[in-house]
Design a protein around this ligand. Sequence first.
Ligand SMILES: [Fe+2]
Ligand SMILES: [Fe+2]
Length: 316
Amino acid sequence: MQAVADALTALEKIRKERPDLVLAEVELPPLTGYELCQSIKQDPSLRVIPFLLVANSYFDTEAKVKGLGTGADDLLYRPVHPVELRARVRSSLRLKAYVQQIIEDRSRFEELVAERTRDIEQLTFGLVAALERANSMNDSDTGLHIRRVSEYSRILGHGLSMEPTIINHIARYASLHDVGKVGLPDSILKKEGALTGVEMTEMRSHTLLGHDLLKEARADEMACRIALSHHERFDGNGYPHGMAGYQIPIEARIVALADAFDAMTTRRCYKSARPVRQAIDEVMAESGKHFDPGVVRVFMERNAEFRKAFDKYGQD
Ligand SMILES: [Fe+2]
Ligand SMILES: [Fe+2]
């Protein structure tokens, strides 16, 4: 045990030597015991050191209020009996050991959670990439369609001031919107010209197929919602469930516009590409019909970014 006569030396020593416990008087020129206590308790690296304050008398109410207010762990009153002092010191040290154990357990636990989260993220990215590839091999669209839809969805998410983590999820899972097409035959996917009624029904089932596939793989709920609802329309005339307005999850309303805009501006086996200017007018005209007007507004504000993404990933 070391004794020092003034608060500043005490503070310096405490910072340097990190004692097991501090026992301080109320008067410690040039500071007070309260101020010393406050400095220690405000420092996260020293906070755990038990601070025992010795008040001048049991009737010193100011010492009780101020001492506990500044974070002292215990109060002692003059005259301090050595047996009581020992007992209080022991109890404070016991408490400190518990607290330290909890802190250590917590940081170990946090490390473990962070490590597992990283593993899962990596696995998810790997699976998304694999599905993306499988998807692009089976669809008449190439991988670039998926990339553009993902990029457009990111731009819209930003424009809607969504949380960065949510935006990342939407952008990542947007790439899986048509994953259900892996279950459709090439005769439908690569057919040149219009589909028959039966073929159209089968084509539309890619939403349900994609949803079930992702659900079974226990993918993120958001990925399932995007796969299921990206062909719903704001006016309720979409598929597979004919949901309307805000019943349609926001991520699906975003991907719906991103997907449709990309379909308009790129060539498919059954149609040629439209000029970007014309596609923009078409999206505007569909505000409140095919698309959520709020998402269309953001699309209009962020037109330049759409063009940039379009140029970046180019034509298929
Ligand atoms: Fe689709
Ligand atoms: Fe698509």
